[in-house]
Design a protein around this ligand. Sequence first.
Ligand code: PLP
Length: 364
Amino acid sequence: MIQISKPIITEKDVQDVSDVLRSGMIVQGPKVRELEEAFCKYCNVKFAVAVNSGTAALHAALNALGVGFGDEVITSPFTFVATANAILMCGATPVFADIDENTFCIDPLEVNKKITKKTRVILPVSLYGLPYDKKIDEIAKTNSLKVLDDAAQSIGSKRDGIVAGSFGDVTAFSLYATKNIMCGEGGMITTNDEEYAEYCKMFRHHGQSEKVRYEYYGLGYNYRMTDLHAAIGINQLSNIENYSLKRINNANILTAGLRGIKGIECPEIPDNCRHVFHQYTIRVTKDFSMNRDQLKEYLQSKEIGTAIYYPKPLHLYKHLAHSGCKIGDFPVAEKTSGEVLSLPVHPSLDDSDLDFIIQSIKSI
Ligand SMILES: *Cc1c(COP(=O)(O)O)cnc(C)c1O
């Protein structure tokens, strides 16, 4: 079976986690600090704050940006549910803007239409490993709004040569087991703003300042990362360029093999971007001889694992459907969810795996 994703775990990880267990420093200790410093360096940012999931990173970041009851946050309907749930967790309303069908990210023109007096933050998702459109930053500036980048899938991606982590005011990463780098469960917030970073540090620790214990500056949560997780994260981050280059190379091989097949649209990469292919996602259009679900089943029968990210846009889920959202409101996201299929692209694939995927699709 060719799996859709596969975490890479080394003997060094096993050793380093054992060392943490033996050290007795289990939570929010030296390994967490080391991971935060490594993120600052890699992402070229002043501050990095570790938390225990990408969802926690989004929740903390939204609070740091002042999002609360009654506020609106503009985001994508075509993303993992955690993006929108983090907005609900603040008591705020997710306001969706439709996506661009070539990049799968929110369309700046649609974002513009959704701005109201209540809008506080724009939360674009850098989906599948591709940074969001920088026009969104200009729109935010013009309207005095803040930008939070959901970069859960795009660590190591670049826009105009700048690595992800500082595109918006704050960036949220995930270190969940299937992401480009992982530590089991984990998240990281990066920013160049000291106030936001300090806020997130308190937020992850019940509102306590790291300087004075049992002094609470506001509502906080237990979002602390353990050193067991951080030890794995450090090793993963030290290998990130290898992993990203392998993903990019695998994606190039897939595109070279699949381009030109009628009804299969390969991912497009804007000229100014480095796409790190968390997912390699094709669109299966009406011109192909099978529909998307049939192709998925066929590949499964050939022992090729694929996945649909995401089968249903978020505005069609009951808990997220605000002000009577209904089918037809976000036509691009709706059409896209019926066409997308993610193929294996992870770093552990070899050339024969990729060739088998290509030949299997071609033979149809
Ligand atoms: C994975 C993911 C998250 C949530 O991260 P967790 O670490 O699983 O909490 C949020 N947004 C997107 C786009 C994701 O892919």
